[in-house]
Design a protein around this ligand. Structure first.
Ligand SMILES: Cc1cc2nc3c(=O)[nH]c(=O)nc-3n(C[C@H](O)[C@H](O)[C@H](O)COP(=O)(O)OP(=O)(O)OC[C@H]3O[C@@H](n4cnc5c(N)ncnc54)[C@H](O)[C@@H]3O)c2cc1C
Length: 379
């Protein structure tokens, strides 16, 4: 009988997982022993790290968008549908019109910034965490000649280093335009340092000092007054701004919340080594959708497929699951528009940011193009 693996979510993790499964299970798919189905609610695939380059006017939005069917392996059955309910007891996914039974399920439904988490945020704040937000921010940045740019961050959010990268890149963006001395750049963070990863915080401090980037820690936004252009913290402090760039707290996908599978933020309790959903043997979770205390990043999703894909392949072939996820994450850290650092870490080894160099920046630029091979499961 054909064993059906459904991968839910056609973003970074889901596309990589489905393509890798299709490549590894070629013979089984041909012999109708296995079927790999990828279900996503959009027929577009957007490379989200591109949003930063869009906001800074470095690249056009189209550069980071492909049609999902152009990057999916021919052995994958691709379905565009919005799943409304995951019924793990009956092993079926339900959309408004269809039911999709599965033998094994890989959930990769991602995370999303919640712009309604604070009063005034949706109206008052700009962002670079959505395609529309990045395009609007690009135009705002291009039009500002002087003033104050305030960056606020709430946790959890995907790509934990992105807000730091943005402010460091903005510093050079305004230098290049010859107006850096007329722009006040202020970065804020909710805990007692610049970043939750202490080594990253230590790495950033001297850069901020050298480049006159202002910062404030223990900065917890409570509300925004869009009319007066003021950000108000939980301590009642008022911070006027000309452009407010906010990274709000993220939640899991609506379908996870509606299916009762998530914690209070909509993230799925997941075993840190097997990546199976807690109390389930047939449901795996990868990428931003997990509740694991590691960075929500595309690289995390990639490394997680290196555990889930061989384990599923072994199960289809009647062998034991042997792959174990060690918490591996790797992130580039843009330091300006021309140099970058990088970090790699796992459950046991903390990150050690590499000295920033032009080489790493170009490595990142090359990866931005190679991503499509990675999504295809080729890299
Ligand atoms: C500005 C920015 C910069 C970033 N920079 C980096 C970086 O430098 N390096 C890095 O590693 N990561 C980076 N990331 C993070 C990275 O993009 C995400 O962590 C990654 O995309 C997570 O993959 P995922 O598969 O978990 O979720 P996603 O890629 O978000 O995919 C989720 C998919 O699920 C689909 N979906 C959701 N609900 C349903 C439903 N009900 N039915 C059907 N389909 C559904 C969505 O449409 C989407 O296609 C960055 C992100 C941003 C925003």
């Amino acid at each position: 009988m054909t064993k059906r693996i459904i991968v839910l979510g056609g973003g970074a993790g889901g596309t990589m997982a489905a393509n890798r499964l299709a490549r590894q299970l070629g013979d089984e798919i041909k012999a109708k022993k296995a079927e790999v189905v990828l279900i996503s609610n959009t027929d577009q695939h957007i490379y989200q790290p591109g949003f930063m380059y869009i906001a800074l006017g470095e690249k056009e939005p189209e550069h980071f968008i492909r049609r999902e069917n152009s990057i999916v392996h021919r052995n994958v059955v691709l379905i565009t549908d919005r799943i409304e309910k995951i019924d793990v007891k009956k092993k079926v996914l339900k959309s408004r019109q269809n039911h999709y039974p599965y033998d094994y399920l890989v959930i990769s439904t991602g995370s999303r910034p919640d712009f309604n988490s604070l009063p005034g945020l949706a109206e008052g704040a700009s962002n670079f965490y959505t395609l529309d937000g990045a395009i609007k921010l690009r135009d705002q940045l291009a039009n500002i000649e002087k003033g104050r740019i305030l960056i606020t961050v709430d946790v959890p959010h995907k790509c934990p280093v992105a807000p730091l990268e943005l402010v460091l890149m903005l510093d050079e963006y305004f230098r290049k335009r010859g107006i850096r001395d007329k722009i006040e750049l202020k970065y804020t963070y909710p805990i007692n340092r610049l970043h939750s990863l202490e080594p990253v915080s230590r790495w950033a401090e001297p850069e901020f000092e050298k480049r006159h980037i202002l910062s404030e820690t223990f900065f917890n936004l409570e509300k925004v007054d869009p009319k007066e252009k003021v950000a108000i913290t939980m301590d009642g402090e008022e911070h006027p701004y000309d452009i407010l760039i906010s990274v709000p707290a993220h939640t899991g996908a609506q379908v996870i919340i509606d299916s009762g599978l998530g914690d209070e933020d909509g993230f799925i309790p997941t075993d840190r080594h097997t990546l199976k959903m807690e109390n389930s043997d047939c449901v795996y979770v990868i990428g931003d959708a997990t509740n694991l205390p590691i960075s929500k990043a595309g690289s995390t999703a990639h490394y997680e497929t290196e555990t889930v894909v061989p384990n599923l392949m072994n199960r289809i072939k009647g062998r034991p699951e042997t792959a174990v996820y060690d918490g591996k994450v790797a992130c580039f850290l843009e330091n300006s528009l021309h140099d970058a650092s990088m970090i790699a870490f796992d459950y046991k080894n903390p990150p050690k940011p590499a000295a920033a160099s032009e080489f790493i920046h170009w490595f990142k630029a090359v990866y931005n193009e190679l991503y499509w091979l990675n999504a295809r499961g080729i890299l």
